[in-house]
Design a binder for this molecule. Structure first.
Ligand code: ZN
Length: 255
């Protein structure tokens, strides 16, 4: 499941390729917009909020979401694609670049004035200019009984964390992901930690992980083998994405 840093970096690549340029090609390979043609339209800006990405012309905002498998690639004109063509959902071309969204989970086109409706329900964007830790904490504490590992994934609390960063954040704060939100002393420090990790991932990629995907490998603090558990049977997550990674010694499960 792509996380906020992936979307932020994709927006940066698309901005470089498209921003200020005129579209010479627009190919929506989703039935609803199959006849929409944005050739001749200038791209005014490219932005992201949490895991949502927006490419804006003067009138319209193209709203995409990677969901589980999606990825954006930018090519030179005529360059061979590195993903199967049948998985392309949206192609935006200029005179000197071609941006291709493969396996996008969502492609929508909104009037610019309605773009906010795509993100109004979301919590503060961890990588956004208006990040608001107090608001994120307020939203988290509305359901104090919920395990923090689930609450951090809920984009209506705060936007940008996926399965990797919920495990990483909890590990760094020495909190087991099954701990109820209400039992955590310093939620502000926890959300600021997740922001710090995401900022680090976008300012000095590649992403580095301490626990995610490291089951049976030694904990970097105490050497105990990292374990992976399924936190909850959430049908919106693939089985692989339901795993939470933790050190059973540094962050024992709550009793
Ligand atoms: Zn440990």
């Amino acid at each position: 499941m792509p996380e906020g840093d992936t979307v932020y970096l994709a927006a940066a690549r698309l901005r470089k390729a498209l921003d200020g340029k005129t579209l010479t090609r627009s190919d929506f390979r989703v039935p609803r917009y199959a006849t929409l043609d944005l050739r001749g339209q200038p791209v005014e800006s490219v932005g992201s909020y949490g895991k949502h990405l927006f490419v804006r012309t003067p009138e319209l905002s193209i709203h995409t979401h990677l969901k589980m498998e999606g990825v954006w690639r930018v090519y030179e004109p005529g360059q061979r694609w590195t993903k199967p063509g049948f998985t392309a959902r949206l192609i935006l071309g200029t005179a000197d670049a071609e941006a291709v969204g493969f396996s996008l989970g969502l492609v929508r086109v909104l009037p610019r004035r309605d773009e906010h409706t795509a993100v109004d329900h979301l919590g503060p964007d961890l990588l956004g200019p208006n990040w608001d830790a107090a608001e994120a904490v307020r939203r988290l504490t509305a359901r104090p009984e919920r395990p923090i590992g689930l609450a951090l994934l809920d984009q209506t609390n705060l936007a940008g964390i996926g399965n990797i960063y919920r495990s990483e954040t909890c590990y760094l704060r020495r909190i087991h992901p099954a701990t109820p939100v209400g039992a955590i002393d310093d939620l502000t420090a926890l959300v600021e930690e997740s922001r710090r990790i995401l900022l680090q991932a976008v300012t000095s990629p590649p992403r580095r992980v301490l626990v995610y995907g490291r089951q049976r490998q030694p904990c970097r603090r105490c050497g105990t083998g990292i374990v992976v558990h399924l936190l909850a049977d959430d049908p919106t997550l693939s089985r692989a994405d339901r795993g939470i990674y933790f050190c059973p010694r540094c962050t024992p499960p709550p009793t």
